[in-house]
Design a protein around this ligand. Sequence first.
Ligand SMILES: [Zn+2]
Length: 482
Amino acid sequence: MEYESVIGLEVHAQLLTKSKLFCSCVTVFQADPNDHTCPICLGMPGVLPVLNRLAVEFAIRTGLAMHGQVARVSRFARKNYFYPDLPKGYQISQYEEPLIEGGGLSIDVDGTSRYIRLIRIHLEEDAGKSIHGENLADPSKSYVDLNRTGVPLLEIVSEPDLRSPEEARVYLQKLKSILEYIEVCDGNMEEGSLRCDANVSLRPKGSETLGTRTEIKNLNSFRNVQRALEYEIERQAEVLDGGGRVVQETRLFDANRGVTLPMRSKEEAHDYRYFPEPDLVPMRIDQEWVERVRQDLPELPDTRRQRFVTRYGLPDYDAEVLTASKALADYYEATVRLYNQPKVVSNWVMGDLTRELNRQHHTPEQAPVTPTHLADLLRLIDEGVLSGKIAKTVFEAMYRTGKPAKTIVDEQGLVQMTDSAALEAVIHKVLADNASQVEDYHAGKQKVFGFLVGQTMKATQGKANPALVNKLLRKCLDNTGQ
Ligand SMILES: [Zn+2]
């Protein structure tokens, strides 16, 4: 039977506040275990939580960026469960009255644009971390690190509007991009500041009723979101085709083997015995505050992408790639301000720069080649000092050393050969060394010409100006032919 997959994502984004959600402990990622804890985030008896105002503002900003409704009144709730890394025995979250409802974002897959609706966005505190095995004093024991306990998270829940693993990946990438643009989350999936759970079920194509879903936990990369869903869809289809029933459960993705495995049967909301948090009053949001946050919203990825097309005349593809990351788009615009040839800059940023960034695992801000350095390099090509080919080598050296183009060119003697007399001398030697090819050329084998161009470029270590080589080579060949 042919099935349609129905996918919804639940994303946890760690907010970039300096302190935790209900205490003043700092939220840094690198620290010794349990260094950043206090009686409040350790859940000592008698302490009271104090809400972090900036975390609420970040949640409002996110809600507005995704066109959601900011609730005038919302409330925190206790989500009760027992786990060693949850010292209070409950997590302060939001349940019946979340801060943001509705909204959505559009994604483009294969040239088709689709709007994915959001159910809600709410604020909650993170739990701690259990550490098993690893390099610990006693590997047979488990340890608990509570630095993460109480760190503010946004939970962003989509409607089950996604129809393929690829759409799920693109949705997550878009979400990350928006969070990055509005500067509420660094989007680092490796460090866990963006985490994703996926719900997926199948139904016969054309059917409107939902099938039984499974939830896949803790997907820590875009690629794994897609892989885990592809596997899970295949698995559910096999179960259904074999006449079986899909069991509602939580599954874990084993990235090494590329399979999902059952973890536990799915909890229902009542298992958590939610009730309103008695230590916090309901949150009343001042509309003026919301309006102020709305006014201060920066340009978002979709708008910026449109602007890149209209203002710089870039193809859609370039605009999309460049604006997917705010830092890359900033780098691009800074370079265009210094060297006003938008498409040329786009080619270098999407090509050579991105390749080096990926190779070195750098963000655009960490690139040793600054926009000023890149603009200077491009000017050297225009001035005829460098050929396009040598410029690529120079760029690599600039990236490795952090030195400006001019310095590299001087140090390595890479200036383009534009001296006709010197070049002619090289060509004469090439022709002498390749006498049989020259004969072939005169016998009408035009292909040989390209070979001779290549030999000349090689003899000059790529420094010759290719247009000049072509011109002089024709001239010399014609002379030898007479
Ligand atoms: Zn604390």
